[in-house]
Design a protein around this ligand. Structure first.
Ligand SMILES: Nc1ncnc2c1ncn2[C@@H]1O[C@H](COP(=O)(O)OP(=O)(O)OP(=O)(O)O)[C@@H](O)[C@H]1O
Ligand SMILES: [Mg+2]
Length: 454
């Protein structure tokens, strides 16, 4: 059963729809115009809106746009008279689920509402499935340093204390942050990640705290920030050392007062979020050099968790390989492939500058490329050699004998491949870290014939 909001200026339609929907055991709210409807959306969690396209004051199309902007997960069914069917069609193009024509047929209303609510359910399920499928690995590691991390997670999850996770690239900082959230009393709430390094300085405050319409050029509509989105859950400030000075100051204020204003807004917003931050920079050096505020550092770093590099817990490698081999098994293969003991030894001798992420990509690649069920040391050596080339920054010698244009292309290609690997072949994320638009990145991938694995 769903929670449905009816927005229509005709009292007759409001009461008929309310009756029909209540008979179907839905919880129904009703509003006589767009402003009243939006006010209810602010107060109540709603699954579905039935919206008259022709409303006094704020028109149905504007209400729809606002709903899609602020609450994209809510489905909207449009009601329209025959005279303004063109508006209803426009509404569907703008993201409405479907429209009903007046006079309303009882049967149509009930089936359409039922379908829209199932869709809404499916989408929600899909979202949780997606995040659990693609984002989370189990935290693998029996080594002493990893067991200490596991123990720290267990101890700190139940508290509200702010945690700062430190460690090199690809060591598993984000995984640790998600694990803390999962074990915390906030597990039912959202986990919102903000990559502070990927967002330009000029946009970071709006990203974190939101803005009101017209707060600056380009702020065409009101937008909620990540802090609001994380309400009731956890916000994960990744690469926190990269925040600009003014964003640092604002963040400090939020932490002290637990409230903030949207950019260009007057109203103070109180939020209930737990803050976890992470960085791969040397945070002591950042504070010593005054690039990172010391007072903010003390606030964020109540409990530090250091995730050691893979080479300092190399005894975990074998279990990680087994885990990733199982993960990347082809659906029709009877058993996951394995790597021979000598092959594992070779891997244990490699320094893994990209840590677990690099190992994960390596296992994915060798699993696709190698034909053997038990992968031989020769094959490991072959692909590990390739790994070194990919993993290390190209030296000038690699470009000798090339014209400038060729060398530039070659470097660009290598650099893009590397960034793709670092970002698990997620195009949006890679584009962000490269500072280009996804469409631009797609163009380059095509131009250089890069294989995008996934
Ligand atoms: N102990 C582990 N067990 C299983 N998978 C792991 C482990 N550590 C990391 N991974 C996986 O390796 C990849 C990289 O981990 P993650 O993104 O958490 O690293 P990170 O420290 O946040 O890296 P960066 O500093 O580059 O952002 C992810 O796919 C993650 O699921
Ligand atoms: Mg990370």
């Amino acid at each position: 059963m769903g929670r449905v909001l009816v927005v229509d200026d005709e009292p007759g339609i409001r009461s008929v729809l309310t009756d029909i929907l209540q008979d179907e055991k839905h919880v129904v709210f009703a509003a006589a115009d767009g402003f009243a409807g939006l006010a209810i959306l602010k107060q109540e969690p709603i699954d579905l809106v039935i919206l008259d396209v022709w409303l006094p004051n704020l028109g149905g199309i504007d209400v729809l746009k606002e709903i899609k902007q602020e609450y994209p997960e809510i489905e909207v069914i449009i009601i329209s008279g025959h005279a303004n069917i063109d508006l209803a069609v426009r509404a569907v193009k703008l993201g409405a689920y479907d429209f009903l024509e007046k006079p309303l047929s009882l049967e149509k209303v009930t089936t359409l509402v039922r379908n829209a609510l199932t869709l809404e359910d499916l989408k929600r399920e899909n979202r949780t499935l997606k995040s659990s499928l693609f984002m989370d690995d189990e935290l693998i590691g029996q080594s002493k340093p990893m067991q200490e991390v596991v123990e720290l997670i267990r101890q700190s999850a139940s508290s509200e204390a702010k945690i700062m996770i430190l460690g090199e690239n690809g060591t598993g900082k984000e995984l640790v942050a998600r694990e803390i959230h999962r074990q915390s009393p906030r597990a039912g709430g959202p986990f919102v990640e903000v990559n502070c390094a990927a967002i330009p300085d000029t946009l970071i405050e709006s990203e974190l705290f939101g803005h009101e319409k017209g707060a600056f050029t380009g702020a065409v509509a009101r937008r909620k920030g990540k802090f609001e989105a994380a309400s009731g859950g956890t916000i994960f400030l990744d690469e926190v050392a990269d925040l600009s000075a003014s964003a640092q100051a604002k963040l400090l204020r939020v932490i002290q007062e637990l409230k903030f204003e949207r950019i260009g807004g007057e109203k103070s917003i109180t939020v209930d979020v737990r803050i976890i931050s992470a960085t791969n920079k040397d945070i002591h050096e950042e504070t010593a050099n005054r690039r990172f505020r010391e007072d903010l550092y003390f606030r964020l770093n109540v409990i530090p968790i250091f995730v050691p590099p893979l080479r300092e817990r190399i005894e975990d490698l074998s279990a990680l390989v087994t885990y990733f081999m199982r993960k990347f098994k082809e659906p029709d293969a009877p058993e996951p492939k394995t790597i021979s003991p000598e092959g594992i030894k070779l891997l244990e001798g490699y320094p893994w500058p990209g840590n677990v992420r690099e190992l994960k990509n390596f296992v994915q690649r060798i699993n696709i490329m190698a034909d053997e069920q038990v992968i031989s040391p020769e094959t490991v050596r072959f692909y590990l050699g390739e790994q070194r080339v990919n993993g290390e920054s190209a030296s000038l010698r690699d470009f000798s004998g090339m014209k400038l244009g060729e060398a530039r292309d070659e470097f660009e290609k290598k650099f893009i491949v590397r960034k793709l690997e670092e970002n698990d072949f997620n195009i949006t994320q890679t584009a962000q870290s490269l500072g280009v638009y996804p469409s631009n990145l797609h163009g380059k991938i095509k131009k250089f014939g890069i294989q995008v694995k996934k």
